[in-house]
Design a protein around this ligand. Structure first.
Ligand SMILES: [Zn+2]
Ligand SMILES: [Zn+2]
Length: 137
């Protein structure tokens, strides 16, 4: 357990290794999330500005919900722009665009394949060693 400053209110709290904000801010954020969700249920296709005004939830908090994929901006007219953190393309939710997500999947796959190759190589080396041993005998 370590002590940190809450990202939201600045108060010191016990950091649990996961949450960057304190318990009371988390409760507060949860309430705000519910409010926004309820509002969007009744009023789909609202702009962030309007949702913020009507619910009293800060715009940056709403954008944070979208970034964290808790809200999908389909019901929300985005008047703040989200950009893919990898290539900068405009996106509607999350942190990366669809293309980068599939690129990254490919990269992970090719990394796993490389590891497999290494394994096979070392397997062959082992066989050489045992061949030599056999020749000695
Ligand atoms: Zn806090
Ligand atoms: Zn991208």
């Amino acid at each position: 357990m370590s002590i940190r400053n809450c990202k939201r209110c600045g108060k010191i709290f016990q950091y649990d290794g996961v949450h960057k904000i304190c318990k009371s801010c988390r409760d507060q954020e949860e309430k705000e999330f519910e409010k926004v969700k309820e509002y969007l249920k009744e009023n789909p296709n609202s702009s962030i500005n309007l949702v913020s005004e009507e619910t009293g939830v800060e715009k940056k908090t709403i954008i944070e919900f979208i970034k964290n994929d808790r809200l999908i901006a389909e019901d929300l007219e985005i008047d703040a722009k989200l950009k893919c953190q990898r290539c900068g393309t405009e996106i509607k939710h999350g942190k990366y665009c669809d293309k980068c997500i599939s690129d990254m999947k490919d990269e992970i796959e090719s990394l796993t394949k490389k590891k497999d190759k290494k394994k096979k190589k070392s397997g062959r080396e082992n066989m050489h060693v045992s061949d030599r041993l056999n020749n000695k005998n």
